[in-house]
Design a protein around this ligand. Structure first.
Ligand SMILES: NC(=O)c1ccc[n+]([C@@H]2O[C@H](COP(=O)([O-])OP(=O)(O)OC[C@H]3O[C@@H](n4cnc5c(N)ncnc54)[C@H](OP(=O)(O)O)[C@@H]3O)[C@@H](O)[C@H]2O)c1
Length: 288
């Protein structure tokens, strides 16, 4: 049985807010753009593909006046500075930032790397998964600090447990979890900072690293029967889609719904945490 997320229950939750969404052209980020527009936000969608941004605009015609796009590289602070400025120029302010950029390491253990590929993979993965978030926050802060504001970062079950990825992906996602805590502390009381930690999610475009020649390899294609594996690995026995996570982003971004919430992470992961740190697939098989 699938229970669809009802975006209408959050209608108007983001009325009057202006959001920069970095990593907006596919997967979870794309679903967040749609949800934010439906919930009343004005959105600057940041992506690296002009073609995908044009498709986004074409499929969001009913929100044309609430949507602007910026094509750039999320690891380049100049691009992020210009995107933050675009939000203010176009919509008058910037009070919400969402970071959803990401790349994957295909579960590589430390022994799967030689020392040279370990360094280049580390640099590329941490630039995408960690530095892009830090740069987006820094670029947005001059505007976020002008009024009560909100930042939502995209973490992962790999921010908590070793099975969500390999050693580099896991370390990068632990780092973004650290960012939530540090930034929530440093930026209070003006800016709330929270995270959403999705579990395995199907129907996204998550891909590997160019330094490992895996930039065109999609996680969904590459790991066969992924939906079934995800279902077997979590107590709720569900494989999430991007839409399953959007309500968590809306809630944490909304000044109206979560004005007293900061430094929090919503684990949107089928209950992975209640099964402890051993391989839950085995536990679920035993009890079912
Ligand atoms: N999929 C999962 O199972 C899962 C589980 C837990 C957490 N997450 C996390 O969720 C977030 C979103 O992932 P997703 O699964 O939705 O994958 P996705 O569809 O690939 O989304 C990631 C987005 O990041 C963009 N991006 C990557 N590098 C960029 C750069 N340098 N500059 C600008 N944009 C860049 C991609 O652009 P393009 O469209 O041009 O490729 C894409 O739109 C990531 O942080 C991921 O780690 C995913």
């Amino acid at each position: 049985m699938t229970v669809p997320t009802d975006p209408n229950c959050f209608l108007k939750a983001l009325d009057g807010q202006v959001a920069l969404i970095v990593g907006a052209t596919s997967g979870i980020g794309r679903a967040v753009v749609d949800a934010f527009l439906r919930c009343g936000a004005h959105v600057v969608a940041f992506g690296r593909s002009e073609e995908k941004l044009r498709e986004l605009v074409a499929s969001s015609q009913s929100f044309a006046r609430a949507l602007a796009t910026y094509a750039g590289d999320a690891t380049d602070h100049h691009d992020l500075d210009r995107a933050a400025t675009l939000a203010v120029d176009r919509f008058g302010k910037l009070d919400t930032l969402v970071c959803t950029v990401g790349a994957f390491d295909y579960y590589r253990t430390i022994l799967d790397y030689d020392t040279e590929t370990l360094s280049s993979a580390f640099e590329e993965l941490f630039r995408i998964n960690v530095l892009s978030y830090i740069l987006a926050v820094r670029a947005s802060l001059p505007y976020l600090l002008r009024q009560p504001s909100s930042i939502v970062l995209t973490l992962s079950t790999a921010s908590f447990y070793p099975e969500g990825g390999g050693v580099l992906y896991g370390a990068s996602k632990f780092a973004t979890r650290g960012l939530v805590t540090h930034l929530a502390y440093e930026l209070a009381p003006r800016v709330r900072v929270n995270g959403v930690a999705p579990g395995g999610t199907i129907g996204t475009n998550l891909r590997g690293l160019a330094s490992l020649r895996e930039q065109d390899k999609r996680v969904d294609d590459a790991t066969g029967d992924r939906a079934q594996r995800i279902q077997r690995s979590v107590p709720l026995q569900v494989a999430a889609t991007p839409d399953d996570h959007t309500a968590a982003f809306v809630y944490l971004a909304s000044h109206r719904l979560s004005r007293v919430v900061t430094g929090t992470i919503i684990n949107s992961d089928g209950g992975r945490g209640v099964a402890g740190t051993v391989r839950v697939a085995h536990l679920v098989e035993e009890i079912s």
